[in-house]
Design a protein around this ligand. Structure first.
Ligand SMILES: Cc1cc2nc3c(=O)[nH]c(=O)nc-3n(C[C@H](O)[C@H](O)[C@H](O)COP(=O)(O)OP(=O)(O)OC[C@H]3O[C@@H](n4cnc5c(N)ncnc54)[C@H](O)[C@@H]3O)c2cc1C
Length: 105
C-alpha cells in the first residue's frame, strides 16, 4: 500500500485532527503477523501480470499471488491541476492521511 501506516479508519481523521494513527488502526501488527500477512508500507504495485500471477512493487520486489483483489480506492482531486496557483494560497490543505490531519491541526 502507498500509505506509510497500517490500514486505518480514514473516516475518523476529521474527528480529531491531532490524531495518533495508532488509535484508529483497523488491526494492529499482531493481527497481520497471526494471519501471516505481509504488509508492504509506502509501497505501490507498479505492474501486475495476470499470466504469471505476479505483482511488481515500487521497491523492486516481486510478489506472487494465487488470487488478487484490487481495491485501490481513490485519491483527493488536486485543485492545482485545474486552478493553477490555488495551492499557493495560505490555509489550503487536503485531508486524506494522518499527516494531512496533523498539518491542519
Ligand atoms: C476525512 C475523511 C472522512 C471521511 N468520512 C467518511 C464518512 O463519514 N462516511 C463514508 O462513507 N466515507 C467517508 N470517507 C470516505 C472513505 O474514507 C472512503 O470512501 C474509503 O476510504 C474508501 O475505502 P477504500 O478501501 O475503497 O479506498 P482507500 O481508503 O482509498 O484505500 C485504497 C488503498 O489502496 C492503496 N493503493 C492505491 N493504489 C495502490 C497501488 N498502485 N499499489 C499499492 N497500493 C495502492 C492506497 O495506498 C490505499 O491504502 C471519508 C474520507 C476522508 C478522507
Amino acid at each position: 500500500m502507498k500509505d506509510a501506516e497500517l490500514p486505518y479508519d480514514r473516516t475518523r481523521l476529521n474527528d480529531n485532527l491531532a490524531v495518533d494513527v495508532n488509535t484508529i488502526l483497523l488491526r494492529n501488527q499482531e493481527f497481520y503477523d497471526q494471519m501471516r500477512a505481509e504488509v508492504f508500507l509506502s509501497t505501490s504495485v507498479v505492474h501486475m501480470s495476470a499470466k504469471d500471477k505476479t505483482l511488481v512493487r515500487s521497491d523492486g520486489g516481486v510478489t506472487s499471488f494465487d488470487k488478487v483483489f484490487i481495491a485501490t480506492g481513490c485519491e483527493a482531486k488536486r485543485l492545482s491541476q485545474d486552478v493553477p496557483g490555488a495551492m499557493d494560497a495560505i490555509g489550503m490543505f487536503y485531508l486524506r492521511t494522518p499527516s494531512d490531519a496533523n498539518a491542519i491541526h
